[in-house]
Design a protein around this ligand. Structure first.
Ligand code: SAM
Length: 442
């Protein structure tokens, strides 16, 4: 029997669900789940990450590893070489299988574990639209997408029914990683245990069906909708699938065949119990078979005279062509995602594309966002440091650091060739431009 104070009703439900396997399920509560990281191929190669950290591969995605080390204060983490993620959490995106060029919506996206995984797999081609209804959480999502150097993202904070009305049939693939009763979190999070009740499970299932009905309208014909949770309850998983198929008969459920986890109780979806090195993840996959309606009108962004200053600045800083159209919006210059986008009216958009610069006082200053999204070979000036160099720690604390005497002006700071941020160099010193909100305290 575990020391965890698990609710009696929860234990009874799990016993009924698992039968003979209940004891081995319970035994898992005596240990903590294995920790993990996920490679961000937008900024770092597999070879580099493997040689620097020596993580152990996980079967749940080609980018996921088991890794027990502390990552929070690592410069490579701050640079977005990888994302800290328990490996089984990557399974939903493995099932979604985004390909370069796809338009993908992540409906419940914060803090961004799955959105950043999708962005890696798109490799800059197509679009990742990450939505998070809770504004404070949407800001964390934005910061993670920025750290991972994603160029082709739109980040919004809207209710699913609002997106559903405005963006019908716009996406090739939609992920609903639904808010759930979080039973899969019980091993590492005692708060999830105290919040649990059968009523909570029921109200989560009602909300999940509502979100799925909105999501259904957003997928184009032949497109894919993936539903996932990190909870064990039948109401939020197999029973939800059944209710969704009844409510949206234009969808067919597809069988999931992957080399990890096990078949769920409906024989088509996927489950990852702690006995399978999973944290209660459930994944179901659907294909939309009927025609769309209300497809949104798209806008093609074109350069005009107002945008010339932004283009000039880009040319001064980088030795590549901009990957999207540079637009002057308010006091900023933005590099828009390169594909056409729908009208944003009525949707709260936190970011579309990458900020090139903003007005600070009377001067236009480059923005951290663009330096986080480039490679050292793409910039005019780069101060690169080996992992472990004390200059990196100083930089992350917001201090001035020493650089090559020949450097003059805006300079990329990187760790092992992975872009971290920037500063302004002169006379062998680099004035720190790492954002205050991201700095290490000690
Ligand atoms: N996909 C995220 C990741 O991988 O990092 C985790 C998402 S979490 C399981 C579910 C998210 O749904 C939470 O961020 C929560 O704020 C959001 N949410 C809560 N209520 C919602 C609602 N009514 N509609 C859509 N999303 C909601």
């Amino acid at each position: 029997m575990t020391d965890k104070n698990l609710p009696e009703k929860f234990l009874l439900r799990m016993k009924n669900m698992l039968g003979d396997e209940f004891e081995s399920f319970l035994k898992c509560f005596d240990s903590q789940p294995k920790k993990g990281i996920r490679l961000n191929t937008l900024k770092c190669s597999k070879e580099k990450l493997e040689s620097l950290l020596e993580p152990e591969k996980s079967p749940t995605s080609e980018l996921s590893y088991f890794y027990e080390g502390k990552v929070g204060a690592m410069p490579l983490h701050a640079a977005g070489a990888f994302y800290s993620q328990e490996p089984s959490a990557s399974s939903a995106v493995t099932v979604l299988d985004p390909k370069p060029g796809d338009y993908v919506l992540d409906m419940c996206a914060a803090p961004g574990g799955k959105s950043t995984q999708i962005a890696s797999l798109l490799n800059g081609e197509g679009l990742i639209w990450s939505n998070e209804v809770v504004k404070s959480r949407a800001n964390i999502l934005l910061s993670n997408m920025e750290r991972m150097g994603v160029r082709n993202a739109v980040i919004s904070s809207a209710y699913p029914n609002v997106l559903s009305k405005k963006l019908g049939g716009f996406f090739d693939k939609v992920l609903v990683d639904a808010p759930c009763s979080g039973e899969g979190m019980f091993r590492k999070n005692d708060e999830a245990i105290t919040e649990w009740s059968e009523e909570h499970v029921k109200s989560c299932a009602e909300r999940q069906l509502e979100i799925m009905r909105s999501a259904a309208n957003l997928v184009k014909k032949d497109g894919i909708l993936v539903y996932s949770t990190c909870t064990f309850s039948m109401e939020e998983n197999e029973e939800l699938v059944k209710k969704f198929l009844e409510a949206c008969p234009e969808y067919l459920q597809e069988e999931i065949n992957v080399p990890f986890g096990r078949k769920a109780f409906d024989n088509k979806s996927l489950r990852l119990f702690p006995m399978d090195e999973g944290e209660g993840h459930f994944v179901a996959k659907f294909r939309r078979t009927a025609d769309n309606f209300e497809y949104p009108r798209l806008t093609e962004y074109k350069e005009d005279k107002k945008d010339l200053e932004g283009q000039k600045l880009f040319k001064e800083l980088f030795n590549i062509k901009p990957w999207g159209v540079i637009k002057n919006i308010g006091d900023k210059f933005i590099i828009m995602p390169k594909d056409k986008l729908p009208d944003f009216k009525g949707i709260t958009i936190l970011r579309a594309g990458v900020i090139l610069s903003e007005l600070v006082g009377k001067h236009t200053e480059p923005h951290h966002s663009v330096f986080a999204a480039v490679k050292p070979c793409e910039v005019k000036m780069n101060a690169d440091f080996k992992d472990g160099d004390e200059n990196l720690h100083k930089y992350l604390k917001g201090e001035e650091i020493e650089v090559d005497e020949n450097f003059k002006g805006y300079t990329l700071v990187s760790v092992e060739g992975v872009a971290l941020g920037f500063g302004k160099a002169s006379g062998g010193r680099l004035k720190n431009k790492y954002p205050k909100g991201l700095r290490l305290i000690n």
